[in-house]
Design a protein around this ligand. Sequence first.
Ligand code: NDP
Length: 446
Amino acid sequence: MSTYLQGLMDAVTAKNPHEPEFLQAAGEVLASLEPVAAKRQDLVDAGVFDRIVEPERAVIFRVSWVDDSGKVQVNRGFRVQFNSAIGPYKGGLRLHPSVTLSVVKFLGFEQIFKNSLTGLPMGGGKGGSDFDPKGKSDGEIMRFCQSFMTELQRHIGQFTDVPAGDIGVGGREIGYLFGQYKRLRNEFTGVLTGKGLSFGGSLARTEATGYGLCYFMREMLAAVGKSFKGQHVVISGSGNVAIYAHQKATQLGGKVVAMSDSAGYIYDPRGVDLDVIQQLKEVERVRISEYVNRVRGAEYHEGSAGIWSIPCQIALPCATQNELDLESAKTLVKNGLIALAEGANMPTQPDAVEYLQQSGILFGPGKASNAGGVAVSGLEMCQNSLRRSWSFEEVDGYLDEIMRDIYASSAAAAAEYGAPGNLVAGANIAGFLKVADAMLAQGIAY
Ligand code: NDP
């Protein structure tokens, strides 16, 4: 890194000593912005790099609720409003015991560039809570969501900040959150995305991240004359992103042979049966280990990281951050990997990313390859403003176009700034430049 950017990274590290995830994300982005800093002294002079690593606002709040046994529970809620230069803050809410300020800041920071890449007018933000939805009753989830929104509502709005789902937040939770917002504010607005279809949701939002990921992978493969056809695909996770990545990868001709959850993974040499996965994960909400009781010939193994030992040509990590380490990357390459695109946010550890790139593997970074979810959230906001609903085919068509554009602009920026083929650098640079120019135009008191 240049002296200027290294100095900035040192300052960010000193200021945020207990935020490893945020420092990892900031370090990765700043490193790839080096050629931009060298070429754009105007951005350096206006302190754009220094400002972009500091959130515009971060709120931390108490979320108290009563469990089914009548006991009072207290969780911590977060909303980090990172950057609003190109539009209202936009980003999901995560409910998972691992949620900390560091995790929310890393996700909010990544979101700035991802949202910019979509070409839609959305700033970057993220939120969530250390609440663990696992094993909670429907009533407990509802009471938690209502309490969470009771505070959050004063910080968000259709023109200010529009949250969506993430890990632990799907259609059910968005419904409870929306209901409480409407009740408290007495207004029916598109304040959340990922809503149910009967109250302003968009068709294809559920499928968007997984489908978009496969559209992006299709573009990566096409650039080297390859496709999904006949390739073995390994997908980690079995949540929203993983399920619809499986569906689209299969439609495009791939064969998904393994999936996982946080406890372990399944291997099904005949191809993982998506109907069974959806029944287990979307309907019964049970562990993936149950798959082997329903499908003959399949195997279950404890330990989610073991999934990367299954040979495949295409890998789609769709579970969580830092789930794929250097050893796993080496195993994948040894077993014939051609391409990897991130469905989750930052699932590949930095040394693993470097190894994959040096080994000539096509690598799609999450902020580009998983941008389909927020892109369709942006389209949901458009539909809400128009008071109209588009058909599944229309939304899916826009999604496909947006993912093609993200691939093209990332590849073009990589080439322009001296790193041809490096989509990590390209996505960071293309996403950054649009936001940076908007910040420049809007003045420094911002
Ligand atoms: P879900 O909650 O629907 O699913 C998460 C999946 O990952 C589950 O299978 C879960 O298993 C597994 N998982 C969670 N933590 C771990 C862990 N520590 N080790 C192994 N597996 C784990 O979330 P989503 O599918 O929505 O999100 C997955 C990833 O994609 C996240 O990184 C999210 O930020 C990212 N993303 C999501 C978008 C969306 O539109 N939903 C948009 C863009 C990115 P278990 O059930 O056992 O916890």
